[in-house]
Every structure is written in C-alpha cells, then in structure tokens.
Design a protein around this ligand. Structure first.
Ligand SMILES: [Mg+2]
Length: 418
C-alpha cells in the first residue's frame, strides 16, 4: 500500500467566539465558520487541514478536488501545487486556499509516516514556543450575555488587561478600520499608556485614505510601534506613504504571492511581509517567501486569518522554523470559546504557545467536539464576513469614509438575512 490520497473528507464547523469581532469590512458574527479537511491515504494515514471561507462552508470545493488528487503521493508536494493551482490554470479557478488545506494535511501525513513533527520537515525548529501579540478587536457585546463589548478606550484597555492576565501577552495588536481614525488613535494611545514599553501595532485593513494614514502615523510617532499594517491599499500607495511616515509598514494583503513579492522588492513599498499559511497557499510557500525576504532584507512575521487548532498548528510550525523573524505572531485563537482538537484549546504561557513535537502537525481532532460544532453549523449556517450585523446595508469602501459611530452601544442580532 502506498501513501497516496484515497479520500478527502471536509466538515464545516461553527465554533463560538466570546463576542462578535469587528473589522473594517464587517465582522465575525460571534463565531468562526471553518472547514476541517481530512485527507486519508491508501495505507491508512489521516492528515488534517483547515480552511476559512469568509464565514461560509467550503466543503463542496474540496469535494470537487477529490478526483484530481486520488492516487497522488502525499510526499510529492511540489507536484501537488501544480496539480491544483498551476498559475495560469488558476485564472479560471483560484484554489490557493484549498491547496493550503490539502498541503497541511499532506505534511501531517508525511510527518506521521516518518515519525517526525512538521517543523522537522521544514528545516527544523529554531524555537520551542511561538510568542503572540494580544490581537485586540473592537467587539459588539454578545447578545446572549450582554458582555464583551469593546468600543471605548477604557473598554479596550480593560480587555487588554484581562487578556494579558490570562495569557501573558507582552505585545498588543489592535484591529481597526472600524471607527473614525481619531477615535482609534485615542484607543491606541490609551493602550500605549496602559502598557508602557510593550510593543504595539495597528491594522485598519487598508480602510484609510492617504491623509488618514499620515495623520494616524504622526499621532503615534515615538511609541514602541512594531509597524503600521495595511494603512492604505496598494503597493504603489504604500510606497508613496513611506515618504511621510517614520515607522515600518507591514502587509498581509498586498504581498501574498511571489509575483507581489517581486513587485515589492522592486518598489520597496512594504517593510514587513506577514506570512499567512492559508493566503500563501500552505506552510511551504511561506517558508520559501521567508527565504526570499531574508535575502532582500525584508522582515517577516506570522499572520492569522482566523483559526482553530489545526490551522494554529500550521502557524506554530511555521513560526518555529523562520530564522529571520523577530516579532510576536498574530492569532485570533484566544477569542474563541472552544476548539475542536483533542485536549481542548492549546494554552498560552507567558504569551507563547509551545510548538508541537508529536509526529505531523501534532494535533488530532476531538470527534465529540467536531460533531457538536458541525451540528451548530447546521443550525446556524454561515455568515457574511464582509457585512456588519450592526449596520445593515452598509459595505466598506477603500478608502472608507463612512465609519461606525463610537457612541453607538447597540447590540445587533447575529442571524444573517438570506
Ligand atoms: Mg492585517
């Protein structure tokens, strides 16, 4: 029996968040919808993958891939990439994120078969744990409990203090682009005052105008900023902004493939490329990109696009092997109320999570949890990531000018209108 793909199973799950997370395009409506992928080989191994999908179920997309991949040797990872995301064929069917989930599962199987953790397949770990920033969000209150709202500077600092006390974070990232930039500036400065000397960064997800970005950057000069993340949209505009701001610029948006990395090398637009194992199409593309960045003197860090434990494991293995990384990572993970992996959610100690050393990704599914959260998905369905439950009919422009009202404490319902 060979280690070839025999079956691909995909299961959508919904895992509750402590409160709805707001962002520049809308919100995570009180839960994450993730598609769990299990790749089974002819010789009986099962590898795990995970994918988002903007709040929607991606199972049909994986079902459509099974006929492409049945019989494919899981060790042939470069061939896998061409089999499902050849760059010209991908003009018709962009499968980058699907490839990522399948690649995670194949690496998991290769690791299990060889009896080594995934980080050993990627060059070997350079660190035993990956440290994370607090990743703070503006949040609606949970409509069931009335708790969890983050809207004012005081609420933000309280939330950050609670997360720091619980998980030990020593760096803070604020997800913005929700409220008028002046309000978010006051929030950011409140964090700086509350946690003197601790590293900070802000991410409005490209929602700002050029002028907004300059004003905000000037308002935080002198603070211990890691970077300003995607303040405006586009490589050319980020390059232009560099002339006016005195801090590194980072992106997880405009440099997410090798063509864009080449453009950024030519333009010198972005200083820090945030590597996302889903957006880049897998762990291995992120490691390759980190190598290019090391050569160019471009900085890298580990990005989070929302994860359960399977995807978090991919981030830990990536973070373990990057030689040219000196920041904290991002994770949405601590906003979740639960996880689907055996042993419950991975734990932070001193703001860091240990890199798994068991063979493969080092996490396994808890079948009862998967069944419970699959049932919850069946009850609740998906949600539109790029819509705001509190602002029906609104959608974001880039740059945006129509901000949420920081005086509005309303608690929206979380059932999407279909
Ligand atoms: Mg970002």
């Amino acid at each position: 029996m060979s280690t070839t793909i025999a079956r691909i199973a995909a299961t959508p799950v919904t895992v509750p968040l402590e409160a709805p997370l707001r962002h520049s395009n809308g919100a995570h409506w009180g839960r994450f919808v993730r598609t769990l992928v299990e790749v089974e080989t002819a010789d009986g191994y099962v590898g795990l993958g995970e994918m988002g999908g903007g709040g929607e179920d991606a199972t049909r997309a994986f079902a459509a891939l099974e006929s492409y991949l049945r019989g494919h040797d899981v060790f042939r990872l470069e061939a896998l990439r061409m089999a499902i995301c050849n760059p010209t064929a991908s003009l018709y069917n962009n499968r980058t994120q699907l490839h990522a989930a399948i690649e995670f599962a194949c690496l998991d199987i290769v690791g299990q078969k060889l009896g080594v953790p995934v980080h050993a397949l990627l060059g070997g770990k350079l660190r035993d744990a990956v440290e994370f920033a607090s990743y703070l969000f503006f949040r609606y209150a949970d409509p069931a409990t009335g708790r969890g709202e983050v809207r004012t500077p005081e609420q933000l600092v309280d939330c950050a203090r609670a997360l720091k006390a619980k998980h030990g974070f020593r760096a803070h990232k604020l997800k913005g682009g929700v409220f008028p930039p002046a309000h978010e500036l006051a929030c950011y400065r409140a964090l700086a005052a509350a946690f003197p000397g601790e590293r900070l960064r802000h991410d409005p997800n490209s929602a700002w105008s050029f002028g907004d970005a300059i004003a905000f950057a000037r308002g935080i000069e002198g603070l211990p900023n890691d970077w300003l993340e995607d303040p405006v949209y586009g490589i050319a505009q980020m390059r232009a902004l560099r002339e006016f701001v005195k801090m590194p610029l980072a992106t997880n948006t405009i440099v997410v493939n090798f063509e864009q990395l080449a453009a950024n090398a030519a333009m010198r637009a972005v200083d820090v490329v945030l590597l996302d194992t889903t957006f880049w199409g897998g762990i291995r593309p992120c490691v390759k990109a980190a190598g290019v960045c090391e050569t160019l003197g471009t900085q890298v860090a580990v990005h989070s696009s929302g994860e359960l434990g399977v995807q978090l494991a991919t981030m830990l293995h990536l973070g373990a092997v990057l030689p040219n990384w000196s920041y904290t990572a991002d994770a949405h993970y601590h906003h979740l109320a639960d996880d689907v992996i055996e042993g419950g959610p991975l734990r932070y100690e001193g703001g860091a999570i240990r890199v798994p050393d068991a063979p493969g990704l080092g996490v396994r599914l808890d079948r009862d949890k998967v069944a419970r959260y699959h049932e919850l998905f069946r009850e609740m369905g998906g949600y539109p990531y790029d819509r705001d439950p509190g602002r029906p009919g609104w959608y974001a422009h880039v740059p945006n000018h129509d901000w949420a009202d920081p005086a509005d404490a309303a608690v929206p319902g979380l059932t999407p209108q279909r």
